[in-house]
Ligand binder design. Structure first.
Ligand code: HDD
Length: 707
């Protein structure tokens, strides 16, 4: 009898309900359920005497506290999770038998954990790093884990090098510095000695490593998997996630400031977005390669340091994931969730990608130490919705009470149950790939083309993106004390593009390459550039409105409404919390005061008109706010007298509307201004367009802004 149940969007939550504790419990108890009468003083021999060993409440409370910590993940220690569901657009029957990819009416529950890789559990969110993007699908056929990153390739081709990579990039072993950063000698020493890392270095030094939000970054399965249909026909597959809000990044100076002002920036963004109903949405895509075409590419399709360029293997968008619920308890869910690339379901199979092969071992292994033994799959967040039955028994913290007397197979005493299922009954049958070869420690020749795709990436960047990469090299290598290490990296990059190598060398005090490398050619893959991403929405963007007593109430209300109607979140920022009065005696509530916020946590800033401009233009904080927003290429809007603040700032070389004029708004380099008699609607429209573009890189040439 098939005991699998029908799964819908709510199934996982219903399962978790069994473990949720009602916060309304009236009485404090011990772990034995005995009500506690006093918890402020330990039991003592006399008022000033020593504490007694017999105080079981005290001992239990302290003992539990002493054991609260578990080891953090060896990589991806810092993360944030969310619940949601996945829906396929159309049946994928032709390609895979996976049940969750058949019925567009089915909502499969998911739990996603986003993460940084290098930093410890308490490190800042906005560091330069790869981001993890791990998804657990609770399907009726068991859990399927897609454990990906926000970059489509990896540093190394073979898992055997993973410990070396991680040792090199983590804080250095002698002094445990720096935290959550690759900008130090050991990492770049490793890079300079490992040409296969070149392509990934281009990605890590690009803006992709500085996501504005977990909701605005792509996800990639990275490794090559297989789709297998019910007839047993297999195709190679790579998986993609594409955020509906587009792929957007912060700028480097900003990320460093946010790391101090709000180290939880990306975690907070995810949490608040879900609380406010701005549910993150990602489309799910696949690239498929027929088995017959396995060797028809100039890269090896099992090499995780290579993309499958979209121009050669188009992406087909087959479904959508929506994240619509925050976890109830960070530790129980986000910390204890355990992913593993080996968690596949029938219809999805593995490949011989040597990086994937090692991962299949490492994840289960690491959970054993991190979660304290072999029963971690019984932890609520890790439980499947499919029934689990096997002869595995005992171990620390076993929860299941296995009934009957037999715990082996075959057996007669238990009616020979549980028994293996046939393929028809849903049993996982490994894809029967024919393999022949000698046992050798080697790799196929095509893996050794380390530079073609690094060139492709570099060529596909816009000028602004290229400049960001060069500056990132200046920062990263500028922090390296050993000149030999710096020089080796310049020489490595000379293989990508001679000009790039020279530009890097210029900023880090080492000579350029002895012989300038050739150009990277002209081949491009346009979608690698973020310039091509979604730029027509301001949904969920945070807009700062600077206001003091005397602001123009009517104008602020109209602009605020226009922003809100388009899905943005405007906030009033003033010197102090409380209410402020407009010129015509109306009031509005301040959301954040100067000391509790900063320009770097907003996407745009708007300075309304009104008499308050006299105060604003003499406030260092307000001037700094717009200077910094300008420096970070953020959209800036000002109306009427508000333009005076921009004039008092260091924003130079931009045409402003005349403060007292009428007519349409003026927009230049993302600075949108409109006179006090002007058209508020035209201002709001142009400001929204500027915000939707996210950042205005043409301003970066204006380096005179001191913020
Ligand atoms: Fe890994 C965690 C993604 C290569 C070994 N990895 C981990 C997480 C993500 C990835 C998103 C965090 C999961 C979570 O939120 O709990 N890892 C990747 C990707 C890789 C990759 C996309 C390249 C294709 N990883 C990789 C290799 C190895 C590991 C080659 C080892 C051979 N990864 C681990 C690990 C971790 C891990 C040590 C640490 C915590 C955990 O597994 O659960 O096993």
């Amino acid at each position: 009898m098939d005991q699998r149940r029908k799964i819908d969007e709510k199934s996982k939550q219903e399962q978790l309900d069994e473990f949720r504790q009602d916060p309304e419990q009236e009485y404090l108890t011990t772990n034995q359920g005995v009500r506690v009468s006093h918890t402020d003083d330990a039991l003592k021999a006399g008022e000033r005497g020593p504490t007694l060993l017999e105080d079981f409440h005290f001992r239990e409370k302290l003992t539990h506290f002493d054991h609260e910590r578990i080891p953090e993940r060896v990589v991806h220690a810092r993360g944030s999770g969310a619940h949601g569901y996945f829906q396929v657009y159309e049946p994928m029957t032709e390609y895979t038998s996976a049940a969750f990819l058949q019925d567009p009416g089915k909502k499969t529950p998911v739990f996603v954990r986003f993460s940084t890789v290098v930093g410890f559990r308490g490190s800042a969110d906005t560091v330069r790093d790869v981001r993890g993007f791990a998804t657990k699908f609770y399907t009726e056929e068991g859990n399927y884990d897609l454990v990906g990153n926000n970059m489509p390739i990896f540093f190394i081709v073979d898992a055997i090098k993973f410990p070396d990579l991680v040792h090199a990039i983590k804080p250095e072993q002698h002094h445990q510095m720096p935290q959550a950063s690759a900008a130090h000698d050991t990492f770049w020493d490793f890079v300079g000695n490992l040409p296969e890392i070149t392509h990934m270095i281009m990605w890590v030094l690009s803006d992709r490593a500085l996501p504005r939000s977990y909701r605005m970054m792509e996800g990639f399965g990275v490794n090559t998997f297989r789709f297998v249909n019910a007839e047993g026909k297999a195709r190679f597959v790579k998986f993609h996630w594409r955020p509906l809000l587009g792929v957007h990044s912060l700028v480097w100076d900003e990320t460093q400031k946010i790391a101090g002002k709000d180290p939880d920036f990306n975690r907070r963004d995810l949490w608040e977005a879900i609380e406010m109903g701005d549910y993150p949405e990602f489309e799910f895509g696949v690239q498929l390669i027929e088995e017959a075409d396995e060797h028809n590419f100039d890269f090896d399709i099992l090499d995780a340091t290579k993309i499958w360029p979209e121009e050669e293997v188009p992406i087909r968008w087959i479904g959508k994931m929506t994240l619509n619920q925050n976890p109830d308890n960070f530790f129980a869910e986000t910390e204890q969730v355990a992913f593993c690339p080996a968690n596949v379901v029938p219809g999805i199979d593995l490949s011989n990608d040597p990086l994937l092969q090692g991962r299949l071992f490492s994840y289960l292994d690491t959970q054993l130490i991190r979660l304290g033994g072999p029963n971690f799959q019984e932890i609520p967040i890790n439980r499947t919705l499919a029934p689990v039955a096997n002869n595995q028994r005992e171990g620390y913290n076993r929860m299941t009470i296995n009934m009957g007397e037999s715990s082996y197979f075959p057996n007669a005493l238990g009616g020979n149950k549980p028994r293996p299922a046939t393929a028809k009954e849903g049993g996982f049958v490994h894809y029967q790939e024919k393999i022949e070869g000698k046992k050798i420690r080697a790799r196929s020749e095509k893996f050794n083309d380390h530079f073609s795709q690094a060139k492709l990436f570099w060529n596909s960047m816009s000028d602004a993106e290229k400049e960001h990469i060069v500056k990132a090299f200046h920062f990263e290598l500028g922090k390296v004390s050993d000149a030999g290490v710096r020089k080796r990296v310049v020489d490595l990059m000379n293989n990508v593009d001679g000009d790039l190598a020279i530009r890097i060398a210029e900023g880090i005090g080492v000579p350029g390459p002895a012989e300038k490398g050739g150009s990277s050619g002209t081949k491009k893959s346009p979608n690698l550039s973020q310039e091509r991403t979604v730029k027509d929405t301001i949904k969920s963007r945070k807009v700062a409105i600077l206001a003091m007593e005397g602001y123009n109430h009517d104008e602020v209300m109209r602009v605020k409404k226009a922003l809100k109607d388009a899905g943005a979140h405007p906030q009033i920022i003033s010197q102090f919390h409380g209410k402020i009065k407009s010129a015509d005696g109306k009031e509005m509530e301040v959301d954040k005061s100067y000391v509790t916020t900063t320009s770097v946590v907003y996407d745009a800033v708007y300075v309304p008109g009104g008499m308050h401009a006299e105060t604003l233009k003499n406030q260092g904080y307000a001037i700094h706010f717009v200077n910094e927003a300008f420096k970070h290429c953020k959209p800036i809007g000002a109306m009427g007298e508000g333009i005076e603040l921009l004039k008092a700032s260091d924003i130079k070389g931009v045409t402003f509307a005349d403060a007292g004029s009428g007519g349409e708004a003026v927009s230049e380099m993302g600075v949108v201004t409109c006179g006090s008699q002007g058209n508020v609607n035209s201002f709001a429209e142009q400001f929204k367009t500027a915000i939707a573009r996210h950042r205005h890189w043409d301003r970066e040439k204006k380096e005179q802004v001191p913020a």
